[in-house]
Each structure stands twice: as C-alpha cells, then as structure tokens.
Design a protein around this ligand. Sequence first.
Ligand SMILES: [Zn+2]
Length: 102
Amino acid sequence: MKRIYTAANLPDAHLVRNMLEQAGIPAHIFNANAIGALGDLPMSAAYPQVWIAQVHQEQHARSVVAEYSRAAAPLDTKACSRCGESNPGEFELCWSCGAELP
Ligand SMILES: [Zn+2]
C-alpha cells in the first residue's frame, strides 16, 4: 500500500480514486469519515487520503494524480521553480519545499 494523494475533501478523493481505477490502478480511500472528527486530530491527518494497493504502480498513479491536479487547479496558482509544485497565488513560500515563489 502506498499513499498517493491527500484530498481537500471527500468528493475530491473519490474523483482521484475513480481516475486511478479507470487507469487500471486499484485504489482505496482512507480517512473518509475523519472530517467530522477534526477536533481530535491534527489537520493533516484529518483529510481523506487515496492509497494504491500495488506499490509498483506508483509512477503511473502519480502521473494520473498530476493530470488531475492540473485540471482541478484554480487559475490563481503559481508553480514553484525549484520543485514544480503548484501553490495558491497568495503563498510566498512553496508549501512543498519552502523555496521562495516568484
Ligand atoms: Zn517547491
């Protein structure tokens, strides 16, 4: 098992899982019911997560998720020049690697 995506909400998680399964990658959602328990959990642990069953499919799965993220990204984002992650337009530092954003 390998975590491939942390979703902002449950519909988001389902969309990603559906895309993975259409690509032939068995996937599962964890934390599907955790949003209601936010008070008891650290924020990052409370989001729905999409996990794939077969670790050797990770590369393929990541390309599916990248495709999804590009399609779903709001317009006001900027890409990190160091790691390529997309960040909300108001961010000054990359959430992923901490580099200063343009
Ligand atoms: Zn970065």
